[in-house]
Design a protein around this ligand. Structure first.
Ligand code: PLP
Length: 468
């Protein structure tokens, strides 16, 4: 299976291994399969009841297409999803629970940092370390985070020899829990920099540093990395296999969405043959995607701060991949569309000869959830099933309940409630029990950050002293 860039009219192809370390394509586009492999019903049937690692191997092997040898891939997958990493997940790793009639929760958050981002980062970091070894290379990664990506990426590269990671985060705005999570992960190959500024300043610094030729080879682990999308595709298969009464029956998935990475992985699962009927995009008040799917207009608005903060985005970086698909893999049109959006922050697909029905035809429907909806969803699920869901999962459950019809609905649980105690206290009047590994996190960890001004020269100096 070859990959192409969404902006390359020449359709030059790369292998999975080529794009693993790259992030964005050189032309600024995103990598996507040129042709999607096919997963037959028999192959799907053969995975029913298998442990998660076997399902992941079966799916991933199609997407990797020999670029990493099978025996290596199997080892990396077994290590990434081992019971000591996904605590309490057992061999299923992403356990599924029925919370109401035909309404299921798939828990994707049992990894080391308690969000679904561990599902991709645990495998991606291992694949990168392997690939760097094969090429006898090393990689210094610079990223920006305002929450879950930072800790998940750091937990992923802990102890790796060929990867160093520097994460910029805003001095204000992250919760004490998130700060302590990252601080605890500081170490030999992991550097946390707290920037006196906002998340946007952190992102701008990353961009500016990478434009300097001295730092041009710095790597990235943001949500547009194809390896992350590919790793996430596997849990759709696992969720499907635990819910479908017989192979071939349709199911719906509800996905709390921000940058559209998780949901795009669902699209890939559907494309390669998983019988998904609909992918329900649940946004919070920052609902650029919901507005897009309903009207065909993609329009950025200033992101507001909500109680599901990991979905607080003003634009959804992975959406370019879906537009490319909807356009019939037309790189020229995609370029024009993205450029038009970059210019004025608003673009209407009708001006490009496309109708919003194109999204529905591919299974996408959407809805918005507000703070009040989240609180109510947390209360209702607790009352009905004694399960405490986190505010992001609550966005998904709220929209899923509105749109549920006919077939089983699987809601993805994208974080553990322990990360968002204040909102849980508001909804339920108490805070959830903490998993043992987080019991005294904030008390035990202080520091772990170097504080810098939002100043490119200060950052360059800091990096120079730590590069390989
Ligand atoms: C990152 C994140 C999301 C959004 O996922 P995308 O792939 O960016 O759409 C949802 N919930 C939680 C808890 C997250 O950390």
């Amino acid at each position: 299976m070859k990959l192409i860039s969404t902006r390359d009219t020449a359709r030059a192809s790369s292998s999975y291994a080529d794009v693993l370390l790259a992030g964005l394509a050189p032309d600024g586009g995103l990598y996507i399969p040129q042709e999607f492999p096919v997963f037959s019903r028999d192959e799907l049937q053969a995975l029913a009841g298998a442990p998660y690692a076997n399902i992941a191997f079966g799916v991933k092997r199609k997407l990797v297409d020999g670029a990493i040898p099978d025996d290596v891939l199997k080892k990396l997958i077994n290590a990434a999803y081992a019971p000591e990493i996904f605590e309490g997940g057992g061999s299923t790793v992403t356990p599924v629970t029925e919370i109401a009639r035909d309404l299921y929760l798939q828990n994707l958050s049992l990894g080391p940092t308690a969000s679904f981002k561990d599902m991709a980062m645990q495998l991606l970091s291992r694949e990168m370390e392997y690939q760097l070894g094969a090429e006898d290379q090393r990689l210094f990664i610079l990223g920006a985070t305002s929450g879950d990506t930072g800790s998940a990426a750091e937990a992923g590269v802990t102890g790796m020899n060929r990867i160093r990671l520097c994460m910029l985060s805003p001095e204000e705005g992250m919760s004490a829990f998130q700060k302590a999570q990252m601080g605890a992960l500081s170490g030999d190959n992991i550097f946390n920099v707290s920037i006196r500024g906002r998340f946007d300043d952190c992102q701008d610094l990353v961009k500016a540093v990478k434009q300097d030729s001295e730092f041009a080879t710095l790597g990235a682990v943001n949500s547009i990395n194809w390896g992350r999308i590919a790793a996430q595709t596997a849990y759709y298969f696992a969720g499907y296999l635990s819910v479908a009464k017989k192979i071939g029956d349709p199911v719906d998935f509800a996905v709390p969405s921000g940058n559209f990475g998780n949901a795009f992985s669902g699209y890939v699962a559907k494309k390669i043959g998983l019988p998904i009927r609909r992918i329900i995009i649940a946004t919070n008040e920052n609902n650029i995607l919901d507005r897009l799917f309903k009207t065909g207009v993609y329009e950025a608005k200033q992101a507001s701060v909500t109680s599901s903060p990991s979905m607080d985005i003003s634009k959804a970086s992975n959406y370019e991949r879906l537009f490319f698909e909807v356009s019939g893999q037309d790189a020229e049109k995609t370029q024009e569309y993205i450029n038009a959006f970059a210019k004025i922050g608003r673009v209407d697909m009708r001006d490009f000869g496309l109708e919003p029905k194109a999204f529905a035809d591919r299974g996408f429907v959407s809805g918005t959830s507000t703070h009040a909806d989240r609180i109510l969803a947390i209360q209702t699920v607790y009352k009905e099933s004694k399960i405490i869901i986190d505010p992001h999962t609550a966005d998904g459950v709220h929209v899923a309940r509105e749109l549920q019809s006919e077939v089983p609905m699987i809601c993805m649980a994208t974080a553990l409630p322990v990360k968002f105690e204040d909102t849980i206290r508001e909804a339920l009047g108490f805070v959830p029990d903490r998993p043992t590994r987080f019991k005294t996190l904030e008390q035990e960890v202080s520091g772990g950050f170097t504080v810098l001004d939002a100043d490119i020269e200060q950052l360059k100096k800091f990096l120079r002293e730590r590069l390989f």
